[in-house]
Design a protein around this ligand. Structure first.
Ligand SMILES: C[S@@+](CC[C@H](N)C(=O)[O-])C[C@H]1O[C@@H](n2cnc3c(N)ncnc32)[C@H](O)[C@@H]1O
Length: 266
């Protein structure tokens, strides 16, 4: 079973994009991956609307482990004009840059931008939202959750207003003790006091498969997550869950539910 440090050699970005960002699966069928991604899009949309409610949410957001796509920062870009994306694997960073530079071979995010614009009540103006997203992503840099302190980009020096991480720590942390320690480091270093933290992850996971290769996924209960958040100096504000029933278990991913949590750094 492959873990965080093995991704460079064994993880296929191409296969991940094909299988986990499929427009057909996510937007047009009732597939389990679609259920999870649609839950994420809707929940991020709701969370960012709430965060913007009082108008003093700041303007810098750090996406820790963005992956090869921009899906998780579409909603955020409506409110945060300075988004730093990060990804462990160089191929993943290249995919984001290709999209930013309008490379004809870049992945087409427009169906997802349209879908989210519709939630925002502005479907007809999705092209402006696409531009807003491109303008907001001001940096795409390397990250490593196994060594989160070793980030020397000037962008990192100042803690961010919001920190978002989706499906990273569960892939890279071998056990709960490491998850607790890494979360504490991330929150301590990259989030300002009073800033928002958002995490997406699996509950009671075991493993996941990309391109026929099995990768580790950390087994965490809801209680493990709440306790790690408190230990990291976060006040838990909201937790959202989507359960995967027997009928919609992924064939290539094992877990019971997906959570998205939002907290504030005390
Ligand atoms: C399940 S994907 C999540 C990607 C993205 N956030 C998304 O939701 O599509 C797991 C990601 O973990 C990244 N990863 C693997 N090892 C890592 C490490 N040591 N530090 C940070 N990220 C790592 C992989 O490159 C991959 O992009």
């Amino acid at each position: 079973m492959w873990k965080g440090e093995d991704y460079t050699e064994h993880f296929s970005m191409e296969a991940y994009m094909r299988d986990f960002y499929s427009v057909e699966n996510i937007l047009h069928t009732e597939s389990p991956k679609g259920k999870m991604r649609r839950f994420a899009m809707k929940t991020f949309h709701e969370i960012f609307e709430k965060i913007s409610d009082n108008g003093n949410h700041g303007n810098r957001l750090f996406s820790f482990g963005t992956g090869p796509g921009v899906l998780e920062v579409i909603s955020a870009s409506r409110y945060f004009p300075y988004i730093t994306c990060s990804e462990f694997i160089a191929d993943g960073r290249k995919e984001i840059v290709k999209w930013l530079e309008k490379d004809p071979n870049a992945f087409d995010w427009s169906p997802f931008i349209q879908h989210i614009s519709k939630m925002e009540g502005n479907e007809s103006e999705w092209e402006e939202r696409e531009k807003q997203l491109r303008d907001a992503i001001t940096a795409v840099i390397p990250c490593n959750s196994l060594d989160p302190t070793n980030m020397t980009e000037p962008n990192y020096l100042k803690p961010f207003d919001t920190l978002l991480t989706a499906g990273i720590l569960d892939c890279t942390c071998p056990d709960i003790a490491t998850y607790r320690a890494q979360l504490k480091l991330l929150i301590g270093k990259y989030l300002k006091p009073g800033g928002h933290f958002i995490q997406l992850g699996p509950i009671e996971a075991d493993s996941w498969i990309v391109n026929g290769k099995t990768f580790h996924s950390l087994y965490m209960t809801k209680e493990d997550v709440y306790s790690a958040w408190e230990n990291a100096g976060l006040k838990v504000e909201q937790f959202y869950f989507v359960n995967l029933g027997e009928e919609d278990k992924f064939s290539d991913v094992t877990y019971k539910a997906t959570f998205i949590g939002k907290g504030i750094k005390l």
